[in-house]
Design a binder for this molecule. Structure first.
Ligand SMILES: Cc1ncc(COP(=O)(O)O)c(C=O)c1O
Length: 423
């Protein structure tokens, strides 16, 4: 087998430079809470392929379901010749997502594609053009979703012009907005929408219940419910982007449940199918069914292998109660992160929920972001065998997203490495 160094040389000659990687080692296998490279080095996995392998890599049920499906048929295109697993995934999503109302789902390939389709559906159903998004938001890298995403580098820089009718308003970011309470922060955003866009022009308000790439920003209690209430009154479609927070990650099946918020539409991807590419829009039947026959779809959306994997992944989440696992991971990890923060003045805040936690790193005694210190801690983790990711508008947030099946031992060893990296 080629070594990581050899593979890296080939990569430089073959793969476009614009596609980056967090580590330069090449994966041989992965499972549970670890990744092993082709040279036999092991990393404890606090990334889960960016919140994807919630059920772990090569989860037994997923492997079995995929194998069985590949032998039956690999692709017919649901728009040409439909099959049961697509319908079954939609049934499960309709039942699992918050809101007791009648729902429909449509399946796609990627998170960005789900977000694009949620916007299409909201515009079609309301006949309105505008989409409201938030500071620090991340919704993808396609043309429309770049416009919805806040951060320029690396996502948008020199890739414009971007799609129009996208309006950005302030997020509730307690560390950086002076600790505004949720209702006040929501009133500030709503006033901006009403003054600058006009509620009657808004098709959708799109929000991550806990922001992912933007820095694991947890809005103040009450922010989401206040926006939900305003959207209802204004006839605006409330879209929760649960692509990173979904599928047990935050200790509930979906992060909106924490405050009892029922979105009109939810965008889903990442954790849905144990690592196979699948995404969905799930929501109110009246909105979803407003679109004419043939208006939604795509060649691979809801591919049968991905659907088989999703059914197996959801079964695994239920069987192993991975929402409870996320809460347990959050309790253990939160305690260790609090201890690190207590001894290190660079840590301005420990935040997140369940197995979606992060630390924000600043110059001691200030709120000035310190991306260099963040990168240094992250690099020390990588060198010592722990795979961590950074995020945040200012690049100063270290985030932790372990697979929800990580063992206590792996979690403990990972946290020891992290503590030592803060040194
Ligand atoms: C909240 C959120 N929305 C959308 C996306 C885009 O998903 P994808 O990369 O599958 O297109 C992501 C990916 O990180 C995300 O975290």
């Amino acid at each position: 087998m080629a070594t990581s160094e050899e593979l890296h040389k080939r990569r430089v000659e073959a793969v476009a430079r614009g596609v980056g990687s967090t580590i330069s080692a090449y994966v041989d296998r992965a499972g549970g809470g670890t990744i092993t490279d082709v040279d036999g080095r092991e990393w404890i996995d606090f990334a889960a392929g960016i919140a994807v392998t919630n059920v772990g890599n090569s989860a037994p049920r997923v492997v079995e379901a995929v194998r069985a499906q590949v032998e039956r048929f690999t692709h017919t295109c649901f728009m040409v010749a439909p099959y049961e697993s697509y319908v079954a995934v939609c049934e499960q999503l309709n039942a699992l997502t918050p809101g007791g109302f009648e729902k429909r789902s449509a399946l796609f390939n990627s998170g960005a594609e789900a977000v694009e389709n949620a916007v299409k559906i909201a515009r079609h159903a309301t006949g309105r053009p505008a989409v409201v998004v938030f500071d620090h938001a991340y919704h993808g890298r396609t043309n429309l979703t770049m416009a919805l995403t806040a951060k320029n580098m690396p996502y948008k820089h020199r890739f414009g012009p971007f799609a129009g009718e996208v309006y950005r308003v302030p997020m509730s970011y307690p560390l950086r907005d002076g600790g505004l309470d949720g209702a006040t922060a929501a009133a500030r955003s709503i006033e901006m929408i009403e003054k600058q866009v006009g509620a009657e022009n808004v098709a959708a308000l799109l929000i991550e219940p806990i922001q992912g790439e933007g820095g694991f920003v947890v809005p103040a209690e009450g922010f989401l419910p206040a926006l939900r209430e305003w959207a209802t009154a204004a006839g605006v479609v409330f879209v929760a982007d649960e692509i990173q927070t979904g599928f047990c990650r935050t200790g509930d099946w979906f992060a909106c449940e924490h405050e009892g918020v029922q979105p009109d539409l939810i965008t889903l991807a990442k954790g849905i199918a144990g690592g196979l590419p699948l995404a969905a829009v799930t929501g109110r039947a009246d909105l979803m069914d407003a679109v004419h026959v043939g208006g939604l779809g795509g060649t691979y959306g809801g591919n049968p292998i991905a659907c088989a994997a999703a059914l197996a992944a959801m079964e695994t989440m239920r069987e192993l109660d991975l929402a409870a696992a996320a809460r347990r991971i959050g309790a253990v990890m939160g305690e260790r992160l609090d201890a690190i923060a207590a001894g290190d003045p660079r840590v301005a805040e420990v935040r997140g929920r369940g197995a979606m936690l992060a630390v924000e790193i600043v110059r001691p005694g200030t709120l000035t972001p310190d991306p260099a210190a963040t990168a240094a801690v992250s690099a020390a983790c990588h060198a010592a065998g722990l795979l961590t990711l950074t995020c945040g508008t200012y690049g100063n947030v270290l985030r932790f997203l372990p697979p929800l099946v990580i063992s206590d031992d792996e979690l403990g060893r990972g946290l020891d490495i992290l503590a030592a990296a803060f040194g």
